[in-house]
Each structure stands twice: as C-alpha cells, then as structure tokens.
Design a protein around this ligand. Sequence first.
Ligand SMILES: Cc1cc2nc3c(=O)[nH]c(=O)nc-3n(C[C@H](O)[C@H](O)[C@H](O)COP(=O)(O)O)c2cc1C
Length: 211
Amino acid sequence: MCLHFNPRSMMLSVIEERRSAVSFVPGHELSEEVLTTLASMATRAPSAFNFQNWRFIVVTTPEAKVRLKTVADGQEKVTDAAAIFIVCGTLAPHLTLADRLRPSVEAGIMDPVTAERWVAQALAGYADDPVLQRDEAIRSASMAAMTLMLAAEALGLASCPMGGFNAEALAREFALGSADIPVLLVAVGKGAPANPAQKPRYPVTDLLEIR
Ligand SMILES: Cc1cc2nc3c(=O)[nH]c(=O)nc-3n(C[C@H](O)[C@H](O)[C@H](O)COP(=O)(O)O)c2cc1C
C-alpha cells in the first residue's frame, strides 16, 4: 500500500519533515494573522470530553523575549525565533465544560442529554482530583503543542518545543493564573539554513508490539 499517493497523506510528509529547529533566522517576524492561525490550529487538537483546557500566550516583542529568556535557561531560540508560544494546560476543566460543549449541541453534533451526562461525569471524575486535573492539563497542552508544530511545518515555518524553563519563574513573569500550568514553549519562525534534519528514530520494530 502506498500511503503517499493519497492527498490527505501529505500529512505524513509534514510529520516526516518536521524537525526541532536548532536555530532561527533573527529578525524574521510573523503577522498577527499567522500567529492566530497557528493558535487556532492548535485548538483543533483533541482533549478529554472536548475540555479544551489550554491557553496560549505568544511572545514576540524584544522586551517580552528578554523576560522569557531569563526564565528559559537563556536559550538563544527565544531571542531569534519570530514567536514563542507559552502553551498552558488549565486546571478545573469540569467547571467550563458545559460552555465548551454548547456549540456542539447547537450545531446538532451532540444531543443535549449526552452533553449533560458528560458534564456530570467530568464533575464526578475531576472536581476532587487535583492530580488528574494536572495530568489532563499536561495531556491536552501537549496535544495542542504538537498540533501547533505540525501546522507551522505545513505553513513552511520551523519550530522547536522547549521544556527548558523554570515554570514558577515563568508563571510569575507572565502573570499566569493559578489555574494555568505552563507545559511547553514552542518557538516558531524561519529556520536557519543549516538546521539538521529530523533525528533518526529508534527502530519501530523494537518498540511496537502487535497482538
Ligand atoms: C518535552 C520536550 C522538551 C524539549 N526541550 C527542549 C529545550 O528546552 N530546548 C531545545 O532546544 N530543544 C528541546 N526539545 C527538542 C528535542 O531535543 C528534540 O525534539 C529531539 O531532540 C528530537 O529532535 P527532532 O524533533 O528534530 O527529531 C524538547 C522536546 C520535547 C518533546
């Protein structure tokens, strides 16, 4: 079966060609429209119950980059990339679920009884479980960050996920709320020509069990 002949399988090339950019061309800027498109694509990621328990702060100005770099291990990418998305997962997703599901009910995608059942299930499962809330925040934000990087690749932009930051200092510096968990920074911009290709992966045959 040759998957690459299906136009939708262009997505496979995007996955194969994405690499974590080592360096970005400084001075390259992204329009508000592109930044909004990237965030909007990130929100197409799935989340449990369609919680959409995420939030994005995008850092683009030299002044904000200086503040971010001090809490991000001094990484040069923060200065050189056009934009750095602070991808946050958010706690207490059960509290906003009814609002999040309303558009699906209004669009006729979900019946109101199912929506009410999901809200009740989420309340029962998450309200008294801060660990699950945090796990869910990290799961959702990771999904969103990956989707954002694939969208960047599809737009011909380079990206790099970064976990190298001090979460407490970042939360202070960017006045994050107590419900915001900064999960990943995603740098986006024009990749420097010398950026290496995606690193080879460990053979899938050693990792995959088909039962
Ligand atoms: C959770 C996570 C944290 C990472 N943190 C950093 C980081 O702080 N700085 C950096 O330059 N790259 C960071 N990376 C990028 C990885 O080094 C990179 O994805 C990995 O080496 C594979 O490279 P490739 O995607 O180009 O194949 C991070 C990646 C992930 C998934």
